[in-house]
Write a protein that binds this ligand. Structure first.
Ligand code: MG
Length: 187
């Protein structure tokens, strides 16, 4: 029986793949900031970077990166069999598996992550745009652009839900305060 692959090995491999393919944590955090700052004027870049790291801790996301980048690299080296080679190399619009793999990695982060993914897929912000237009210079990034959109969308969803949790907690505290004041006024 083959030995189990440790989480640490998978995580490091996924992070290395992103780096090797020219995507930095900062590139992804920049997208997260753009997506979330309209809803949260106190948002900092540190929070975005932190959220990207947290998302990259998830095994589903790491696995998606490993699968997607591997296929991009094999297509770049012309090592896939036809017709898959052409479908991935030419980033054939109807292929769709690149989006499906990335979308699958987003599902754990709720509806905000899913709608943000849809937006990024359509509007191609920041590094996603660069990767998308890189096709043709020998580099294949058919999966990578969607993976980056997936990571950014998950990190955005995570921030949005955490902000909501904080606001709910504040509301609760304010409510308790008001109750206390009322009680004190009565007595
Ligand atoms: Mg794609």
């Amino acid at each position: 029986m083959k030995q189990r692959v440790s989480s640490k090995v998978v995580k490091e491999a996924a992070l290395d793949k992103l780096k090797e393919r020219g995507v930095t944590i900062q590139d992804i955090a920049d997208i997260v900031y753009d997506m979330q700052v309209p809803y949260n004027d106190k948002l900092t870049m540190e929070q975005c970077i932190d959220s990207v790291y947290k998302v990259l801790e998830k095994r589903e996301i790491q696995n998606a990166i490993l699968v997607g980048v591997e296929l991009d690299v094999l297509a770049e080296k012309n090592l896939l069999s036809e017709p898959l080679q052409s479908l991935i190399e030419k980033d054939e619009g109807l292929f769709g598996i690149d989006e499906t793999v990335a979308l699958g990695s987003v599902l754990g982060y709720g509806s905000i992550a899913i709608t943000t993914f849809g937006y990024l897929d359509k509007h191609k912000v920041g590094i996603i745009k660069k990767l998308d237009t890189k096709t043709g210079d020998g580099g294949v990034h058919t999966f990578l652009d969607d993976l980056v959109a997936g990571i950014a969308a998950s990190a955005s969803g995570r921030i949005a839900h955490r902000l909501r949790d904080l606001e709910d907690k504040e509301d609760e505290l304010n409510f308790i305060d008001e109750e206390k004041i009322e009680r004190e006024n009565v007595s």
